[in-house]
Design a protein around this ligand. Structure first.
Ligand code: ZN
Length: 455
């Protein structure tokens, strides 16, 4: 029985629902932080309230190296030269550094309107590859950081075993990423004991090049919850597609679908390089394509075939990945703009005449991100976790905007932050543009990056 006295009520002139804007909407929030039946007097939040966005792909430590790989190297720069910078940077990061960096990142995510993050976490061991006294120390640093910041977390410990499709051993700098299957499953079990309404543990396979076929079979056959999310990097780079073709005779997506029963638990991150039949395979399987447009642009990855994928009714969500940008607005804007530049057409994300691009993008990314996070979020409907963002009534960008044009103005007009208040699981974590602990978290972050810069 719900104790109706313990339900708080919030009202906005318009509340975003799966059907669009609801006029004079009331959101009930129960004591456990979930959306409850709405009745009774309500506190007014503002003009526009909508569900917070899940961020389906993050490598938290990379936040501290954003901007440090933008100087041209001796040869043609690519993802692979960027990866060298990333490996060198990662070598100096232990649990305390990771916690400080992740807490700062998560504050920035909340202020941008992300209320859930899927952390694709592979920095497991000490820099020399030895295990920490507490083997899951780095995972716990991420959990602590998320709790401190107040963002909900889907922790995806990564299985990373080989340095290439040929099964070669990990290079010295990759040793801290590695597990055998048994140790990996123990890690998952230990972390699953900590699960709560705002912490879900899922599985991540780094990529087909890093997880040999026998290991893939073994982890997928392990006794784990049937609804556990499974994430994998797939087909981000042309070189990766060519290596897969050379060693396995198939492209990565083709190979995966030929060998594994891929369903809606799966999130295929950076499914960038696809042929038509692979687009159809992903769309029909119900898997979510995990798209990270600003990182994919920054790394020179290539463009996801969004129009074909939407024609095939595919699901997608967005992630900030390397954190060169931390903004759902910018991810969705660039998802659409990349397509416009490539096709020399406009309004690609919607296929229906008269439909709003902004509405389709936000709604689709909410649904795909929710599925990838493995939690009941993404809508302000009864029983879902109460993750709410409230936009700034006073922002000039939103002046004279009605329900028909609000989402397009939110996503495409200007650069001033429009997210004023943020609630996660019924708790206000950002009010009037300020996070509750932002000064202390930023000071600790600054001390850590200054020390990393001199070490
Ligand atoms: Zn990634």
């Amino acid at each position: 029985m719900i104790d109706s006295h313990r339900i708080r009520h919030f009202r906005a002139d318009r509340v975003w629902t799966s059907q669009g804007w609801q006029e004079d909407g009331v959101i009930g929030v129960d004591a456990s932080g979930h959306v409850a039946p709405a009745e009774g007097p309500a506190e007014r939040l503002g003009a526009w309230a909508l569900p917070g966005m899940p961020n389906l792909h993050s490598h938290a430590f990379q936040r501290a190296m954003a901007g440090l790989a933008e100087r041209r190297g001796r040869t043609d720069d690519s993802f692979w030269t960027w990866r060298e910078t990333m490996y060198a940077f990662a070598a100096a990061i232990g649990p305390d550094e990771l916690k400080a960096i992740a807490a700062q990142l998560y504050v920035e995510m909340l202020k941008a309107g992300y209320t859930q993050v899927c952390e694709f976490h592979y920095l497991h061991h000490r820099p020399d590859g030895g295990t920490y006294a507490q083997p899951e120390a780095m995972s716990l640093a991420l959990i602590d950081a998320a709790r401190e910041a107040g963002i909900a977390l889907t922790l995806l410990p990564v299985l990373y075993m080989s340095g290439g499709f040929d099964g070669r051993a990990l290079a010295p700098r990759q040793c801290r990423f590695g597990h055998d299957v048994q140790a990996y499953l123990r890690l998952l079990d230990n972390l699953r004991k900590q699960e709560t309404g705002d912490l879900r543990v899922g599985m991540a396979l780094h990529s087909l090049r890093a997880v040999p076929e026998h290991a893939l079979r073994d982890v997928l056959a392990a006794e784990l919850p049937r609804d556990m999310p499974i994430h994998i990097h797939i087909a981000e780079q042309i070189g990766e597609v060519q290596d897969c073709l050379a060693t396995r005779g198939q492209r990565p997506v083709e190979w995966l679908y030929d060998h594994v029963d891929v369903d809606s638990r799966w999130c295929l991150v950076h499914a960038t390089h696809l042929e038509d039949h692979e687009v159809a395979q992903i769309a029909h399987s119900g898997a979510v394509a995990g798209l990270c447009p600003t990182t994919e642009a920054n790394l020179g990855d290539g463009l996801f075939p969004l129009g074909d994928y939407l024609d095939a009714h595919g699901s997608f969500g967005i992630g900030s990945d390397s954190h060169i940008s931390i903004s759902p607005v910018e991810e969705l804007r660039w998802l659409e703009y990349g397509q416009r530049l490539a096709t020399r057409h406009r309004n690609i994300a919607t296929r229906r005449e008269g439909q709003s691009v902004g509405e389709v993008l936000w709604r689709s990314a909410l649904a795909g991100g929710t599925r990838a996070s493995g939690l009941s979020i993404g809508e302000l409907s009864e029983g879902r976790r109460a993750d709410v963002i409230v936009l700034d009534d006073d922002a000039p960008q939103l002046a004279a905007r009605g329900a028909a044009s609000l989402m397009d103005s939110f996503l495409f007009a200007g650069n001033a932050p429009l997210v004023r208040d943020v609630m996660v699981g019924g708790q206000w974590v950002v009010r009037d543009f300020h996070h509750r602990d932002e000064a202390g978290i930023a000071a600790r972050y600054r001390a850590v990056v200054e020390q990393l810069a001199t070490s």
